[in-house]
Design a protein around this ligand. Sequence first.
Ligand code: 5GP
Length: 186
Amino acid sequence: MIFIISGPGGVGKGTVVTRLLDHVPDLGLSRSWTTRPRRPGEAEDAYVFVDRDRFDAHRRAGGFLEWNELPSNGQLYGTPVPGSDHPGDLLLEIELNGARQVKERHPDAVMIFVLPPSRQALEDRLRGRGDDEESVVRRLRLGAHEMDVGPGLADHVVVNDDVDQAAARVADIIRGRRDGRSRSGA
Ligand code: 5GP
């Protein structure tokens, strides 16, 4: 089964995902490719960091399950087609456009959209990252659009008011879906 965690940038998807991986067994996090440069202090394996030529070559070869150019920074991001060696269920942490593509290719994928407790809370978080004003404004604009559209496309919506509680709610959703699958014999 494919589980997608989506939501506006700055909502805390990454922290929710880290908690999930600690608490939910048999969940494999997909490692995305990106053309964005690695941030100072960011783990080397946070993404497969590539230049545009390599990204394009991989895309042309059909190597991505989905990909998107993020309007807020102009960088490419893509989920590699999962290998058959992937143990357990697959977890994707991607923005809304990519999530929509995965749902088109895999209608049985489960999309969980994470919302901030308020727009102000999202703005505070984005500003707290120390990015420049222009990129904060661009991300807020994109985030506002995602929050308008995302809940209507998602199978579940979770508000990240407290990260432990949000992760616990997502874990419950995953367990519920897995129970449903074993009951239906799929
Ligand atoms: P960041 O540059 O802050 O790591 O990520 C920017 C946005 O890209 C986040 O919303 C993140 O969820 C999204 N993202 C990360 N990997 C992928 C991917 O493989 N595909 C898509 N469509 N979005 C991704």
